[in-house]
Design a protein around this ligand. Structure first.
Ligand code: AMP
Ligand code: ZN
Length: 462
């Protein structure tokens, strides 16, 4: 059964397959802006993309997938952070890149094969802008900035269905969720977007030479240039969170297709946002969580991964602390099941097809809730003859690591007492009390894994 995934451009389910004769599937996923810790909303997108990557590896074989994810290490936010902290840009972005990697590792996200940076690809971006200038798709404004001329590309708006009249700056801002500073004096048309931003005093030392003067690349051109450099002119799949559909991906298509004269990506996939307690995450609402904040509450990164995968990726997912409790208990059930598999099971009694529906659901537009539903149907059947290798394959595709350290560890009495108190609070459905005790255990570097009929204490690994 092939993998079928929703394509945002045609709004239909399309089969994923490599287009080029070498059989390599070319996959580009827009990466993070490295100026602060990524929040769990960002990680919903990256964890969903990790399941896509794992599914592609399973389908085409690990050597036959090339996965590229960029790092946005120069833009208004990164420069502002460096300026506010009085530090060099490269130092700030390295700090947050390292943190992003550590969080991805904890969440068991596979590293992409190439992780290019915007600052490492200035030459490639300048080259693309140069071609766009020569082809008449771009123009230099008086201040030395270069803009893409939206009216020069007939296909503009195909991805987002944004109509000409909706391309006014207010609508662009509203749709993109980002403020689009429009300098009417500089642009020929308000809908045109920056390919190259002329140096401004606020940019400090963060500027590069170009044929149009000193400055830095705009945000959109980096993905067009890095995708071209590492995957070629046409790729098989391009993904990101839904907020990137417009204008970021619409602009990427315009730049790449005008520059290269061919289709940019065969397939576009956008996953929906994570809400927290039913609301958009924001610092002012106090509902913006980082992975560290959830770990400090005593949850493991694996539990967070599971919770981020509890909904259909193309639907908004409401994240609550209760969902972490549910994720934890589901993971424990799977852990116990893994232990209960008798190895070796007599070959004749192994049901080699038992887990097929789980993978089939994943291949059917990444229907993770249906996949987890059929997984738990099998779990509840309690069928000891089920195929262990197939179970491990399913866990691996979902990226769940079930193994726990086996070594015997002495648990101090006061930790045991705290755990008992927390268990009692949980039995009494006193979630606030239970969470507070979990935090206390966590501060002492212990984690409690709950099951239906008891719990297990483990020293904190991270
Ligand atoms: P950024 O670092 O802002 O460029 O975002 C990195 C990725 O996170 C992008 O693919 C965004 O679409 C995605 N993203 C941002 N906010 C959320 C959210 N609340 N839920 C899910 N994904 C998000
Ligand atoms: Zn991008």
């Amino acid at each position: 059964m092939p993998i079928r995934l929703h394509d945002s451009l045609t709004r239909s389910l399309k089969e994923l397959k490599p287009a080029q004769a070498d059989g390599v599937f070319r996959f580009y996923n827009c990466g993070p802006t490295v100026y602060a810790p990524a929040h769990i909303g960002n990680f919903r997108t990256f964890v969903v993309n990790d399941v896509i990557r794992r599914l592609l590896d399973l389908e085409f074989g690990p050597g036959k997938v090339k996965h590229v994810r960029n790092l946005t290490d120069v833009d208004d936010k990164t420069i502002k952070r460096a300026r506010d902290e009085g530090r060099p840009l490269a130092e700030v972005t390295k700090q947050w890149t390292d943190k992003f990697h550590a969080d991805c590792d904890a969440l068991n996200c596979l590293r992409p094969h190439v992780e290019p940076t915007a600052t490492g690809h200035i030459r490639e971006q300048v080259d693309m802008i140069d071609v766009l200038m020569k082809k008449g798709n771009a123009y230099r404004a008086a201040d030395g900035s270069v803009y893409f001329k939206v009216s020069s590309f007939d296909g503009y708006g195909r991805l987002s269905r944004v109509k000409e009249r909706e391309l006014r700056p207010e609508a662009v801002s509203a749709l993109s969720g980002k403020s689009q500073a429009v300098d009417a004096d500089e642009k020929e048309d308000a809908t045109d977007f920056a390919l190259w931003k002329a140096h401004k005093p606020d940019d400090g030392a963060n500027s590069w030479d170009s044929p149009w003067g000193a400055g830095r690349p705009g945000w959109h051109i980096e993905c067009s240039a890095m995708s071209k450099k590492h995957l070629g002119e046409t790729i098989d799949l391009h993904t990101g969170g839904v907020d990137l559909l417009f204008p970021h991906h619409e602009n990427e298509i315009a730049q790449s297709e005008c520059c290269n004269g061919r289709e940019f990506s065969h397939h576009w996939y956008h996953s929906e946002h994570l809400l927290v307690d039913g609301k958009k995450m924001s610092k002012s609402l106090g509902n913006l969580y980082t992975l560290d904040e959830l770990i400090a509450k005593g949850f493991t990164a694996q539990t967070v991964r599971y919770a981020l995968l509890m909904g259909h990726p193309r639907k908004q997912l409401n994240f609550t602390l209760e969902s972490l409790h549910a994720a934890e208990s589901a993971l424990n059930t799977l852990r116990n099941l893994r232990k209960s598999f008798k190895t070796p099971t007599p070959a004749a009694s192994i049901d080699r097809t038992a887990f097929d529906p789980v993978l089939a659901a994943l291949k059917d537009d990444l229907n993770i809730p249906a996949a987890l539903g059929s997984l738990f149907t099998i779990v509840n059947r309690n069928d000891a003859g089920t195929d262990l290798a197939a179970f491990d394959r399913v866990m691996d595709t979902l990226g769940f690591k079930l193994e726990l350290p086996e070594a015997k560890i002495e648990i101090p009495q006061d930790i045991k007492d705290l755990a008992e108190k927390r268990w009692a609070a949980k039995q009494a459905k006193d979630w606030t009390g239970a969470d507070a005790l979990r935090k206390e255990l966590h501060d002492r570097r212990w984690v409690m894994f709950d099951a239906k009929d008891g719990y297990k204490l483990e020293p904190l690994k991270r």
